[in-house]
Design a protein around this ligand. Structure first.
Ligand SMILES: NC(=O)c1ccc[n+]([C@@H]2O[C@H](COP(=O)([O-])OP(=O)(O)OC[C@H]3O[C@@H](n4cnc5c(N)ncnc54)[C@H](OP(=O)(O)O)[C@@H]3O)[C@@H](O)[C@H]2O)c1
Length: 286
């Protein structure tokens, strides 16, 4: 580090579990970029001060995580199309003291399907969840799929999301509560199943929302949970011979997109993926 070293980072609460520092610092190292990526635990009441601090200290870019993805918007000067659509920001660029908000989960999920050679056009997609991750994913895939069904434990949240999608994108989406019956009815002819809930995440690794017999070999199953790398859902999908995609690719792709926004160069994606896998397999997440 020198007096020229540029600062990047992640704000959220909590952030200690994050592996974003390993992902971004590995990219800086391999490309010889004189920068460092740190985490900042920012409580809700200090969000405005933290945002003022970005400009005051000349922090070049930030990632944003729970609980600030929505609240941060009021302190930004501009939003990308995706961030405005979703109503949530996970990346900020400090462009000469103009703070621009982006949502790279949107591109992250699309790139993930691309990398795994999954074409979304004319597909029936069942999305589990209606929280932050599900919202970004729904906006990204709704225009491509032939039908999107959102199932959530709290039905009201799924209905709100479909209303927002229909209003902003003019797409045809439906919602229901997440039950054994709704899963059975909707998964029988679904092409793609996406779990965007936190079910199955460490320490609850023996939990899954989907009964194994609903999983088929002509189905793609993507779990956004990346800790553990193979959730119970993915383990059972593998046993059913479905095509399985874990949450790491989305994590890496959204980080790569943020890197691209900050540096306007191609990110070293293989290096970033290796760093993520090394951190996860090394048990740095809890
Ligand atoms: N791979 C990636 O890049 C990536 C990116 C973002 C997030 N994630 C992961 O995605 C997961 C969700 O994150 P988020 O930010 O969307 O969280 P969130 O906003 O808190 O949403 C949580 C979602 O999970 C559902 N849920 C939680 N416990 C449940 C249970 N026991 N049964 C049924 N549904 C349950 C919630 O349903 P209700 O609405 O009924 O509460 C809600 O839909 C986390 O594991 C996170 O680590 C991964």
């Amino acid at each position: 580090m020198t007096s020229e070293t540029k600062l990047y980072g992640l704000i959220g609460y909590p952030v200690k579990h994050s592996i974003s520092p390993q992902i971004h610092n590995s990219a800086f190292k391999i490309l010889n970029i004189n920068a460092v990526y740190l985490t900042f635990e920012v409580k809700k009441e200090f969000l405005k001060k933290a945002l003022d601090g970005i400009k005051a200290l000349g922090i070049k870019g930030l990632n944003v995580t729970i609980p600030h993805k929505i609240d941060v918007i009021k302190y930004l000067d501009e939003l990308s199309r995706e961030a405005a659509l979703i109503g949530a920001v996970n990346t900020i660029l400090n462009d000469n003291e103009k703070l621009i908000g982006f949502n790279t989960d949107y591109t992250g999920i699309l790139k993930t399907f691309e990398v795994h050679k999954v074409d979304l056009t004319e597909k029936k997609i069942v999305l589990l969840g209606a929280g932050g991750a599900a919202k970004a994913i729904a906006f990204a895939i709704a225009e491509k799929a032939s039908s999107l069904i959102i199932l959530n434990r709290t039905k009201r949240k799924a209905l709100n999301l479909t209303r927002e999608l229909s209003k902003k994108l003019k797409v045809n989406v439906s919602a229901d509560s997440l039950t054994f019956e709704s899963l059975k009815n909707n998964l029988k002819d679904a092409d793609i199943l996406v779990n965007a809930t936190s079910v199955g995440m460490t320490p609850n690794i023996n939990q899954t929302l989907v009964t194994k017999k609903f999983l088929r070999k002509d189905m793609v199953v993507l779990d956004v949970v990346y800790n553990p790398l193979e959730t119970k859902l993915l383990k059972e999908a593998k046993e059913a011979k479905a095509k399985c995609i874990n949450g790491v690719e989305m994590l890496v792709q959204q980080a790569a997109e943020a890197f691209k926004i900050w540096f306007r160069i191609e990110p070293p994606i293989n290096e970033m993926r290796n760093a993520a896998l090394k951190s996860l397999i090394g048990g740095r997440i809890n």
